[in-house]
Design a protein around this ligand. Structure first.
Ligand code: ZN
Length: 191
């Protein structure tokens, strides 16, 4: 496995539509393994193929860990998903605001309102169909990654033009923001 370079804005590939995966061959398996390693190396919770310069409807997701009562991250609660040609076919009417980052927009985080729950269908890495409901933070990660596959970035969906901060600004206002937000989850994600 190898770590791949991650492209950043204003790379044009981040804004293009991506084509469906049709061949589930050894090359695809290698690409997926490399994407998983790249995501882990970058400490991200998701990575979409256009972020490593591949115009494919493919993303990997590694869900955020549960946190125990003492604030420790429980690594073995994280789940890995490989999603191919995914489609969100249902969104809850309930939405939730949260703070997102993106490996392709380094140094910034911004506030985005997303559906609290979604249902996704698509294929796994071997071309087998899957269909699953996701909630809360995991639903947010899936929405962020599937947006990537349609050329959409979180900065297109900010709750307001001023609702974006550098990492440093964010650290300073973390407590204030956490109090404003609907959720208590540690807000910064990088994907
Ligand atoms: Zn992203």
């Amino acid at each position: 496995m190898s770590v791949l370079p991650i492209v950043t804005i204003p790379d044009r590939g981040l804004r293009e539509k991506n084509r469906p995966v049709s061949k589930f061959d050894a090359d695809l398996q290698k690409l997926i393994d490399d994407m998983i390693e790249t995501m882990r190396e970058a400490d991200g919770v998701g990575l979409a193929a256009p972020q490593i310069g591949q115009p494919l409807q493919l993303a990997v997701i590694w869900t955020a860990p549960d946190i125990d009562d003492d604030g420790n991250e429980l690594e073995d609660t994280r789940e890995l998903y490989v999603i191919v040609n995914p489609e969100i076919y249902w969104r809850s009417r309930e939405t939730i605001k949260g703070i997102e980052g993106c490996l392709s927009i380094p140094g910034y985080v911004g506030e985005v309102e997303r559906a609290e729950s979604i249902r996704v269908r698509g294929l796994d890495r071997h071309g087998r169909k899957f269909q699953q409901r996701f909630d809360d933070w995991t639903a947010r990660i899936f929405q962020h990654e599937i947006d990537h596959l349609n050329g959409v970035l979180y900065i297109d969906k900010l709750t307001g033009p001023e609702r974006i901060w550098t990492g440093e600004e964010f650290e300073q206002m973390r407590d204030e923001l956490a109090a404003e937000l609907d959720e208590e989850h540690d807000p910064a994600i990088g994907d």
